[in-house]
Design a protein around this ligand. Structure first.
Ligand SMILES: *Cc1c(COP(=O)(O)O)cnc(C)c1O
Length: 381
């Protein structure tokens, strides 16, 4: 039998260890040093993210965004139900009321029609989630936000290297949050990034990220002392993590290309089964690039999905389901009993993600696709 194939595996692909050793020899290990600056330079070169803050996680980048927007109790925030809890926590921590939108019928991304139906005079923010690194329908969603004077935030956690009509994801919202968690394409264990596209928010976000002080301006020599200016938190990435991250960012193209090759191989091997109705492989919309963050199938129902996961596990392959509708979570369900989001529920029940990581081999993809074929040979009669 094949050796165990995990769903994800952290990896080292370049100068990670060299850079970490250099960081340890340097004069500074806290955030905002040489390696953080180098990471920001590269992010700016690749994506034009000139104003950004490296954070300890995407979760904290989203919290920083909610603080910077000055979200207050009673403000309404529209977000998908089919997302990670961090998209919601950042805003509920500020006292916002969450309005959950449904996914589109054909893919897990938020449906602009569902967003429109939730807009009220209290709507302050729409948070889009570029699921699996694939773009949302940005033009429709941006038009809704502009028309109704709503701030757009991108939860672009898995979307580094993704584009909408040639423009990088993360450059559409007032702010955008990315993740460098080990499960994303580029990582440093735990890490994140807040991109600030609205120039009027840069100073404010910087102060909040520095415990509510103007220490960053002080360190640049812009003031002779620094003091407490606003509420804030500790939102900087350590230099050790930034050193690791820099080595991965230097290999962004290589990493994403390798993932894309594996993604294309899965797609080629499994499309014939999708044609036969075994499952759906949601097509990549023509407006979106594919950063190959995730290869996922939509099974015909939850039982079949769970049986497929069991079959793979019995053969030493870990495939995993994904989000569970937030409006049905133990934390939310009492308050959202009257909310029905059938598409979000369908993806909660029937979506399965296959192993996809830098060190996965083409032979292993063959093996996994073969197991899936074996499963459906006996399940499709
Ligand atoms: C991974 C992920 C997060 C959380 O990222 P962390 O860096 O672990 O905080 C948030 N939102 C989405 C959509 C994600 O995929």
């Amino acid at each position: 039998m094949n050796k165990y194939i995990p769903f994800n595996k952290p990896f080292v692909c370049g100068r990670e260890l060299t850079y970490m050793a250099e960081a340890l020899k340097g004069a500074k290990l806290s955030g905002g040093g040489y390696f953080s600056d180098k990471c920001k330079e590269l992010l700016d070169q690749h994506f034009d993210f000139s104003d950004c803050i490296l954070t300890p996680s995407c979760t904290s980048a989203l919290e920083l965004a909610a603080l910077t927007l000055d979200i207050q109790k009673g403000d309404e925030v529209i977000l998908p139900s089919y997302t990670f809890v961090s998209t919601a926590n950042a805003f509920i921590l500020r006292g916002a009321t969450l309005k959950f939108a449904d996914s589109m019928p054909e893919r897990p991304h938020m449906d602009p029609r569902s967003i429109e139906s939730l807009i009220t005079s209290k709507t302050k923010v729409v948070v889009v989630v570029h699921y699996a690194g694939i773009a949302c329908n940005m033009e429709e969603i941006m038009a809704l936000c502009q028309k109704n004077n709503i701030s757009l935030i991108e939860d672009a956690a898995p979307a580094l290297g993704g584009h909408y009509k040639g423009k990088p994801l993360g450059s559409f919202g007032k702010m955008a949050a990315f993740s460098f968690h080990e499960t994303k394409n580029i990582g440093c264990g735990e890490g994140g990034l807040l991109v600030i596209n609205d120039k009027s928010l840069i100073k404010k976000a910087e102060i909040i990220s520095e415990k509510g002080t103007d220490k960053a301006a002080f360190l640049r020599g812009e003031t002779s002392k620094y003091s407490w200016k606003a509420i804030g938190g500790s939102y900087k990435l350590s230099e050790i993590s930034a050193a690791f991250l820099l080595a991965q960012l230097e290999n962004l193209k290589v990493i994403n290309q390798k993932r894309l090759d594996l993604w294309n191989q899965y797609n080629e091997l499994l499309q014939p089964w999708a044609q036969k109705g075994a499952f759906e492989i949601p097509p990549i919309p023509s407006f979106s690039s594919n950063n190959a963050h995730s290869f996922y199938l939509i099974c015909n129902n939850g039982d079949q999905r769970n049986a497929l996961i069991d079959h793979l596990l019995k053969n030493n392959v870990l495939a995993v389901f994904h989000y569970l509708s937030l409006h049905k979570s133990p934390f939310c369900k009492d308050a959202y009993q009257d909310v029905h989001l059938p598409q979000s529920d369908r993806f909660s029940d029937a979506l399965v993600r296959l192993p996809l990581f830098y060190e996965l081999t083409s032979k292993e993809v063959d093996y996994i696709a073969g197991l899936i074929g074996q499963f459906y040979t006996s399940h499709l009669k």
